[in-house]
Design a protein around this ligand. Structure first.
Ligand code: HSE
Length: 398
């Protein structure tokens, strides 16, 4: 029998507890012995909930029980999650987490600490919720050089953009509705400003490159400026608008960006709607491959955390190699990234010619024009756009 603990009984933590209760027989069979949830850590009380039988309020109770070999850290946030994780690893306990903030900030360091203590730090649930993407990058695609990762990595914004597209609503109305339904948080900045997707693409790029990508280096735009008019143009052009996180190999490094983008029907990300996430990975041998599924939510995320706990149980005393060193990766300047640009201007069509051979899009909106430029770099676009009266610009996915 292997004892495990869950730190945090919020949405994901209660999900992990539920996964163990519902699938106990199957999980124990797959591990080859019983995996018993010995403790759940939370400061609160949960009267009437079966968790009361195992609830603890003091972290030291978990830390000091040498029989606890695996801990799920599903508290979220940096502190005290960082300190608790470190101390568990140093005490010889493997840690499995959904905490993308912690993984993005301290992933390489915590993997190294785990290695030094013959245990594992696993974080499948930190990107794409229940979608397996960390393990494929870390073990299945190791014979490939990853040349591009592009993904819809945030469920909240994908839900909002899908709603705007289907119902012709404005950003503010969709946000209010999403908040009322509990899809968007009261303080939605991490999602709508793109910071959540930014941390996730930083984690994926770290795994693709093997070095530490600082999420603060990544150019990030959210969806707050996307309007119903932008959607009218997108539809006319046969495109969806998605918040894309893109990482492209450039020489020895990667060029990374998070921003809304026009996505054409031919692109597999076009049909990824509502709260679903998807990640397209292009390997130099594999070619293109897409991972799709529930990118957020209690049980999908808990499923990934519990799956890591099973893996940790199968590897007690053995290190699962993760290719992610603490050495920082200097990203390529984002100005070198190339794509087409969709532009709206308060002008007439002849002014659009500054961008070259543009493709006009008539969405029948008075007092403005909309068009797509040829492929050019971010820097070239910025130079040409400098003195023009541009209403909005959205990149076009390749
Ligand atoms: N807020 C995140 C999302 C949760 O909407 O995708 C999952 O990481």
């Amino acid at each position: 029998m292997i004892k495990v603990a869950i730190m945090g009984y919020g949405t994901v933590g209660s999900g992990v507890y539920e996964v163990f209760r519902t699938n106990k027989t199957s999980i124990d069979k797959k591990v080859g012995q019983e995996l018993r949830v010995q403790y759940v850590l939370d400061l609160r009380e949960f009267p009437g909930d079966p968790v009361m039988d195992v609830l603890k309020h003091d972290f030291e109770d978990i830390l000091n029980d040498d029989e606890v070999k695996i801990v799920a850290e599903v508290m979220g946030g940096l502190h005290p999650a960082y300190e608790f994780t470190r101390r568990c690893l140093e005490a010889g306990k493997s840690v499995c987490t959904s905490n993308k903030e912690l993984v993005a900030e301290h992933g390489a360091e915590l993997i190294q600490i785990a290695k030094d203590h013959q245990v594992n730090y696993l974080f499948e649930a930190s990107v794409g919720g229940g979608i397996p993407i960390i393990r494929p990058l870390n073990s299945s695609l190791t014979a490939d050089v990853i040349v591009e990762i592009s993904g819809i990595l945030n469920g909240t914004t994908n839900y909002m953009l899908t709603k705007m597209s289907r119902e012709g609503l404005n950003y503010d109305d969709v946000l209010k509705e999403a908040q009322a339904k509990g899809y968007a948080e009261l303080h939605p900045e991490a999602d709508v400003e793109g910071w959540d997707a930014c941390r996730k693409i930083a984690i994926l790029t770290s795994l693709a490159s093997g070095n530490q990508v600082d999420f603060k280096d990544i150019y990030t735009e959210g969806i707050t400026k996307v309007t119903a008019e932008d959607f009218a143009y997108a539809k006319k052009a046969g495109c969806a608008i998605k918040l894309l996180a893109v990482s492209k190999k450039q020489g020895d490094t990667y060029c990374v960006m998070v921003a809304p983008a026009f996505v054409r029907k031919e692109n597999p990300l076009y049909m990824v709607n509502d709260v679903f996430n998807a990640v397209c990975v292009e390997g130099n041998m594999l070619g293109a491959s897409m991972f799709y599924g529930s990118g957020a939510g209690k049980l999908p995320t808990a499923s990934a955390v519990a799956g890591d706990m099973v893996d940790a149980a199968r590897h007690l005393g053995k290190i699962i190699t993760t290719f992610w060193n603490p050495q920082k990766l200097e990203l390529a300047p984002v100005g070198e990234m190339t794509h087409r640009f969709f532009v709206r201007m308060k002008s007439d069509a002849k002014d659009a010619k500054v961008f070259g051979d543009v493709e006009m899009i008539d969405a029948k909106i008075k007092g403005e024009i909309g068009f797509m430029t040829p492929v050019m770099s971010e820097d070239a676009f910025a130079r040409k756009a400098k003195n023009l009266d541009i209403i909005s610009m959205i990149r076009v996915a390749g």
